[in-house]
Design a protein around this ligand. Sequence first.
Ligand SMILES: Nc1ncnc2c1ncn2[C@@H]1O[C@H](COP(=O)(O)OP(=O)(O)OP(=O)(O)O)[C@@H](O)[C@H]1O
Ligand SMILES: O=P(O)(O)OC[C@H]1O[C@H](OP(=O)(O)OP(=O)(O)O)[C@H](O)[C@@H]1O
Ligand SMILES: [Mg+2]
Length: 299
Amino acid sequence: MSSNNRLRIAIQKSGRLSKDCQALLKQLGIKLNLREERLIAHSTNMPIDVLRVRDDDIPGLVMDGVCDLGIVGENVLVEAQAERAKGGQNAEVQKLSALDFGYCRLALAWPQELGPQTQNWFNGKRIATTYPQILKDYLRRANIDAKVVVLTGSVEVAPRAGLADAICDLVSTGATLEANGLMQGDTILESNACLIQNTNLSCPDKLALINKLLPRLKGVRQAKESKYIMLHAPKARLSEVCQLLPGTGQPTLLALAGNDDMVALHMVSSETLFWETMEELKTLGASSILVMPIEKMME
Ligand SMILES: Nc1ncnc2c1ncn2[C@@H]1O[C@H](COP(=O)(O)OP(=O)(O)OP(=O)(O)O)[C@@H](O)[C@H]1O
Ligand SMILES: O=P(O)(O)OC[C@H]1O[C@H](OP(=O)(O)OP(=O)(O)O)[C@H](O)[C@@H]1O
Ligand SMILES: [Mg+2]
């Protein structure tokens, strides 16, 4: 691959998704020379360049083919797609995978002192948001006639500042709403970070590299969800012990030196073992129960 033929991946420079994006690229085996102030980071072991930009710019960079891949919140992606479609611009991207970070929801909220409200209350009201297209789409579908006020930051202070009657903003723990005396209403969109690809990408080398990275991504996700379980179990209760273990894989059984009544059991489980299950295993006579994290997996 020539130097101008390197796979370009856009990620958020600094914000909620940056650390997770960098960690993910590292887990995929992409070594990066990241310097705080640099826009582009070149990989030292793969033909990959990482562009670090504002998250709002990522969908457009991928749609226009400036970058081949991007990691962005679905909230930003859906808003950008609606905005570009409205302007008659190309709004297509291929969504390769949802990622397990950046979970948040776009929800309506209003001053707590007003108490619970129905959808009808929003008629004639002003709603502040950074996501006007998603909000307008929701209002249209819900048949609500409200005015949308666009703010690019500090949306949560809009009602107190007299700029709006309600807001439509991102919520994760709810702490920001609480700190600003706001009550949460309907969720308009649930969002995770996701990996997107330019739909017109045709360079065989780049496509081959993506096809190498995708199984790694799957492996990283599976590894996070899986555990390696080791325990000693009485031979006589083996089938009952196995029934308690999550996952469908066959366990490995090993003899224990100097003990004919017990065997060592090893298995990869698709989920963790809860304390309750460990206590039940103990009741069946199992001992030395270990639940260990897995770093990487390949089937
Ligand atoms: N509280 C949260 N918890 C988890 N994920 C969140 C949270 N808030 C936002 N996100 C997700 O992270 C993305 C980036 O959030 P952030 O607040 O860093 O954006 P920003 O201020 O617009 O950054 P930028 O400077 O890149 O434009 C959001 O678009 C959303 O997908
Ligand atoms: O429900 P919570 O857990 O409080 O999270 C929600 C807040 O998180 C995000 O802002 P962020 O903290 O990233 O700062 P920003 O608004 O300056 O981007 C979002 O815009 C909300 O304000
Ligand atoms: Mg932004």
